[in-house]
Design a protein around this ligand. Structure first.
Ligand code: NAP
Ligand code: ZN
Ligand code: ZN
Length: 367
């Protein structure tokens, strides 16, 4: 399914020009509009910029939250997409890390202040001045809104571009740029590994990567799902156990069982029920970002000294570390490759929890 570079080589100014260039994209114009073809302009290359021809872009549930303005922070028109892989076609005069032809990735951020204490220690996602997101975020220099990866090309500062192994199937690497790092980072931060009992809530894009990483790090992984038909897949992905969260008797059996729970759920749900599955000093790491606030009775935390924590994507050095880890261990995402014209239907399937386990857009279908 994955194309070789030669097959994807394009030689238009859109892709290889260093000046301002118009490029094809898909955008939503309002929360209700859905996504449709759109033209955007990519900036002329700054000295440290690289331009890439986007080959594949993963579809994250965050794209859907943003397109529908569920987090109340979207600027329209919005071109989503932050799981980008492609090939460098032009580089700015002072670019040191990349050259034309390199396979690269771009994730959720394209810039940050570089100077605050968090930026200095590689935690750009927590930049205290404010990071620039890959889409619907003002550029630090011009103030213009960024446009994401549902498009043919993108221009990004080299410091926010990652090296990609050419050993792995490229389309299945794309989701690592968000679903991958968002699950890798908390598992590393809280040192989940041999001897840990990990519960993963929600078998979607993030959840299936969490199962793979959890098992790869040596933890005992239990999939906590609302979908009985995902059990076989969960086990194939590396889960040792599977439990249906809508089965009250099963939940009762697992009370106090876990050291860690990684919650990837995108919709309103009962945090308290999952917290009760943690043992003493257990940590519930929340990465799923439902728009509604979480209601948590504080006694659930006081009892057993439990922690409820959050985690956002991962920093630039850790994202490269994760990509290198995946290359070394042969870890990629399980994907369904789609034509970009299928995107609105794909969103509906994501909402029905019917994604197995990440949609990835083949950008050759965008003309
Ligand atoms: P996804 O592919 O749609 O997966 C979400 C899964 O959650 C579903 O497949 C389903 O799994 C489960 N689920 C859905 N509705 C549920 C409900 N009402 N109750 C219980 N479980 C439910 O989404 P994703 O792309 O993995 O993203 C998940 C969430 O993470 C989104 O909110 C996204 O915005 C957020 N996110 C956060 C970060 C960050 O930095 N923190 C980064 C990326 C994404 P089962 O069928 O197994 O129940
Ligand atoms: Zn994402
Ligand atoms: Zn900063």
């Amino acid at each position: 399914m994955t194309k070789t570079l030669d097959e994807t080589q394009v030689d238009s100014a859109e892709v290889t020009g260093a000046g301002k260039a118009r490029t094809h994209a898909y955008a939503a114009r309002s929360p209700e509009s859905g996504l449709a073809p759109f033209e955007i302009e990519r900036r002329a290359l700054r000295p440290h910029d690289v331009k890439l021809e986007i080959l594949y872009c993963g579809v994250c549930h965050s794209d859907l939250h943003m397109v529908r303005n569920e987090w109340k922070q979207t600027t329209y028109p919005v071109v989503p997409g932050h799981e980008i892989v492609g090939r460098v076609t032009v580089v700015g005069d002072e670019v040191k890390k990349f050259e034309s032809g390199d396979l690269v990735g771009v994730g959720v951020m394209v810039d940050s202040c570089r100077e605050c204490s968090n930026c200095r220690r590689g935690l750009e996602q927590y930049c205290t001045v404010g990071k620039t997101l890959t889409y619907s975020s003002p550029d630090r220099i011009t103030g213009e809104m960024t446009y994401g990866g549902y498009s043919k090309t993108i221009v990004v500062d080299e410091d926010f571009v990652f090296r990609i192994s050419n050993e792995l199937p490229l389309a299945a690497v794309a989701p690592l740029l968000c679903a991958g790092i968002t699950t890798y980072s908390p598992l590393r931060h809280w040192k989940v590994g041999k001897g840990s009992k990990l519960g993963v809530v929600g078998l979607g894009g993030l959840g299936h990567m969490a199962v793979k990483f959890g098992a790869s790090f040596g933890a005992e992984v239990t999939m906590l799902s609302t979908s009985p038909d995902k059990e076989a897949d969960a086990r194939r992905l590396g889960a040792h156990k599977f439990a249906l969260t809508r089965d009250a008797a099963e939940m009762k059996k697992l009370a106090g069982y876990f050291d860690f729970i990684l919650d990837t759920v995108s919709a309103k749900h009962d945090y308290n029920m999952y917290l009760n599955l943690l043992g003493t000093d257990g940590v519930m790491m929340c990465v799923g970002a439902p728009p509604a606030p979480a209601e948590v009775p504080i006694f659930t935390l006081i009892d057993q000294r439990r922690s409820l924590a959050g985690s956002g994507i991962g920093g630039i050095p850790e994202t490269q570390e994760m990509l290198d880890y995946c290359a070394k261990h042969g870890i990629t995402s399980d994907i369904e490759l789609i034509d970009i014209a299928y995107i609105n239907e794909a969103y509906e399937r994501i909402l029905r929890s019917d994604v197995r386990y990440r949609f990835v857009i083949d950008m050759a279908t965008l003309r």
